[in-house]
Every structure is written in structure tokens, then in C-alpha cells.
Design a protein around this ligand. Structure first.
Ligand code: PEP
Length: 254
């Protein structure tokens, strides 16, 4: 299975010109990769422009950072999964902790996930605990978050689901402050166990598990090598083409 490296640009950059500059920088490295799938998730508004730069590059794709659960209608300000597809997106990130902090519940994530999967988008469902307590309550929290966020998802859709484990306490820091590869490995196994309880082992083991939280050039290689994950979700470092390219090369050469 190819490693999947996803760039979450969040609400950046401020202009289409800058978005094009970043993507052109990343593309130089991305098109040379053989074992790595690169997914760029810019703000919706840049998708159409960036689609033209991506062209037919097989290992470089576009995605969105959110989508609505209805197909069309009177939902002011929302963007449907179909619109994302028509604008060149083949992936979508759902349930990011920054959206959950704005009020997005597991129920909402589950509804959005179902519509996105029905539309044919590869759907990245984000999970992650706020803190790590010594009693291990975070494990119960994660179990419930996985179960509830996938509540509406039948087994037949699972092949297009990707889980991104992003411990909130590890997001937006220096790469020396990310979770350790050993702890990431433990969590990847735990997430597969929870998925196995819901969908059975065979289907569960095929779901890619990504890690996100302060990934940079300095730690990407070790996380891929020893973290037991199938890829990475990268935030602030994905806006710097050289740094992101370094992460891509680590995934390619691990
Ligand atoms: C994120 O918010 O999805 C993320 C991984 O951020 P960062 O890489 O900046 O920690």
C-alpha cells in the first residue's frame, strides 16, 4: 500500500497566487514519487485553480477540509461533496479537531462521512484526545469517538475511509514535541482493534491509519518507520514547499 501524505493548509494562504506558488513547489517533488500518494487540502476557494496545476499527476490529488452532509439545497454557506468532486477534489478531511472545537459533534461527522462516501470521496475521519490522563480515560474517549463518528458507516463503505489520529495536545508544535513513534505505534494498534470490533478484522486492517500533530522534516521518517502508520496528516509544515518535500522524501525512502 502506498503511503498517504496529506497537507492540511487550514485557512491559508491569503491569495490564489500564493496557493499556486506552494503547490508548484510541492509538485516538483510529488511527481517523482513512486510509493507515496500526496493529497493537498487547500481552502475550497482554491480548488479549481489548483486542479489545473495538478493536471493528470497520478500521485498528487486534491481534497477539501470539510463538506456538508446534504447534497444540495437551502444551506447558506455550505459546500456539498459533489461540488468538491466537480472542482477536482477526490479526498475530504472531516471532523478535524479545529472543527470539533467550533461545535462539530460525532453525529455531524458521521452524517458528513456518509454523504461524502456516497459521493465517492475518500474520506479522512479525524480523531484525537485533548489530553492524556494517567488513568487511561483517553482510550475510552477515543473508542467512543471512533464508534460514534462512524456510526452511520456500513462495512461496504470502509474501503474509502482513512482514519487520521491527531492527539490535540500534539498539534501545531515543533517537531520535537510530536508524539513519540513508539506511542504512535501503540495508538495505531488500538485504533485497528476498535475498528475490528465494529467491522471485523479483515476489513479493519485494510483501513489506512495516519498520524497528525507537529510532523516535520525532522521526525517524519521515524514516525513512518517505527510508528506503524500508513501515512501522515501535516498542518503548518505543509505550507512550506521545501519542508513538505522533505517530509514526502522521508515517506518515499523510509
Ligand atoms: C493538523 O492540524 O491537522 C496538524 C497536523 O497540524 P500541525 O501539523 O501543524 O500540528
Amino acid at each position: 500500500m502506498k503511503k498517504i501524505i496529506i497537507a492540511n493548509w487550514k485557512m491559508n494562504p491569503s491569495s490564489a497566487k500564493e496557493a499556486e506558488r506552494i503547490l508548484n513547489g510541492v509538485k516538483k517533488t510529488a511527481v517523482r514519487l513512486k510509493k507515496t500518494q500526496v493529497v493537498i487540502c487547500p481552502p475550497f476557494i482554491y480548488l479549481n485553480n489548483l486542479k489545473k496545476i495538478i493536471g493528470k499527476s497520478a500521485n498528487l490529488s486534491l481534497g477539501a477540509q470539510n463538506a456538508f452532509w446534504e447534497v444540495e439545497g437551502a444551506f447558506t454557506g455550505e459546500v456539498s461533496p459533489e461540488m468538491i468532486r466537480n472542482y477536482g477534489g477526490s479526498y475530504v478531511i472531516l471532523g478535524h479537531s479545529e472543527r470539533r472545537a467550533l461545535g462539530e459533534t460525532d453525529e455531524i461527522v458521521s452524517k458528513k462521512t456518509l454523504t461524502c462516501l456516497k459521493t465517492g470521496l475518500k474520506t479522512v475521519v479525524c480523531i484525537g484526545e485533548k489530553i492524556r490522563d494517567e488513568q487511561g480515560d483517553y482510550l475510552v474517549f477515543l473508542r467512543d469517538e471512533i464508534r460514534n463518528s462512524l456510526n452511520k458507516i456500513q462495512k461496504k463503505f470502509l474501503k474509502s475511509v482513512i482514519i487520521a489520529y491527531e492527539p490535540i495536545w500534539a498539534i501545531g508544535k515543533k517537531d520535537t514535541e510530536a508524539m513519540s513513534p513508539a506511542d504512535i505505534h501503540e495508538m495505531a494498534i488500538y485504533i485497528k482493534k476498535i475498528l475490528s470490533e465494529i467491522y471485523g478484522q479483515e476489513s479493519a486492517l485494510a483501513v489506512p491509519i495516519l498520524y497528525g500533530g507537529s510532523v516535520g522534516g525532522g521526525n517524519a521518517g521515524n514516525i513512518i518507520k517505527s510508528g506503524g502508520v500508513d501515512g501522515l496528516l501535516v498542518g503548518h509544515q505543509s505550507l512550506k514547499p521545501e519542508n513538505f518535500s522533505e517530509i514526502l522524501m522521508s515517506a518515499e525512502n523510509f
